[in-house]
Design a binder for this molecule. Structure first.
Ligand SMILES: CCCCC/C=C\C/C=C\C/C=C\C/C=C\CCCC(=O)SCCNC(=O)CCNC(=O)[C@H](O)C(C)(C)COP(=O)(O)OP(=O)(O)OC[C@H]1O[C@@H](n2cnc3c(N)ncnc32)[C@H](O)[C@@H]1OP(=O)(O)O
Length: 193
């Protein structure tokens, strides 16, 4: 498909991604990286995405579209679908044990997604170049082998924990520092500033 920006194309010298030796086994649920996360936390109105490790630096996820996710009557909002793709792609970083944020995300909306649909997502890292992580995802309807409804390519940028401590609202940062179990990534990296 034409129209994609070149920044999402891995440059010459990009490397294959490396799965961390302590990454969860294929099929294992990843769980929420932060319990207040709109994508993977449990709060009402959120996406409540369920993510499972796959092979290599890949994973699968399921998102059930409910009435709170509508744009047009009975159809999922495009921004919500993009958020599901973003969260799925962001979860790949857990398999590499890096902390990274979305720099760029491009979404193709291929088919409308009705309320009540389970969106079956699949994502993988395609290449890594320094702090830049290139990845892609699809979302299918009607089953894991069903037709593609959405797809995305993204560039994540690796950051240090300081990124959150410096930029996040102090209320939530202090709560997370007081109880590192709130943030799975922080626990994995033994954050203790
Ligand atoms: C206990 C305390 C709390 C601890 C918390 C610990 C962990 C938190 C847990 C998990 C959180 C992790 C992610 C969240 C998880 C899931 C949600 C889904 C993911 C998201 O939803 S996450 C939110 C949305 N996300 C943002 O909120 C980012 C805002 N943004 C920035 O914060 C900066 O913008 C940043 C950091 C991206 C870069 O800033 P920077 O100064 O570090 O780096 P710089 O600009 O030098 O870029 C380096 C190289 O990337 C290229 N590059 C950069 N941006 C690009 C772009 N947009 N397009 C094309 N290329 C780009 C440059 O061209 C250069 O390339 P080159 O090296 O080749 O020159």
């Amino acid at each position: 498909m034409s129209g994609r920006t070149t920044v999402l194309k891995p440059p010459e010298g990009a490397m294959a991604p490396v799965r961390h030796p302590d990454a969860p086994a294929p099929g294992e649920l990843l769980g929420a990286h932060y319990d207040q996360c709109f994508g993977c936390g449990e709060q009402s109105g959120g996406l409540r995405l369920r993510v499972r490790a796959g092979e290599g630096v890949g994973l699968t996820a399921e998102f059930t579209v409910d009435a709170a996710h509508q744009g047009a009557p009975g159809l999922a909002h495009g921004g919500v679908l993009t958020a599901a793709l973003d969260e799925t792609l962001g979860s790949l970083n857990w398999l590499q044990r890096v902390i990274a944020v979305t720099g760029r995300l491009e979404t193709d909306f291929v088919r409308p997604v009705p309320v009540g649909t389970v969106l079956h997502l699949e994502a993988r890292v395609t290449a890594v170049h320094g702090r830049k992580i290139y990845c892609a995802a699809t979302g299918r309807i009607g089953g894991p082998e069903g037709p593609v409804a959405v797809r995305a390519e993204a560039l994540f940028i690796e950051v240090r924990v300081d990124h959150f401590i410096k930029n996040g609202r102090s209320e939530e940062i202090n709560a997370a520092l007081a109880d590192p179990d709130q943030v799975k990534v922080a626990r994995a990296f033994e954050v203790n500033p």
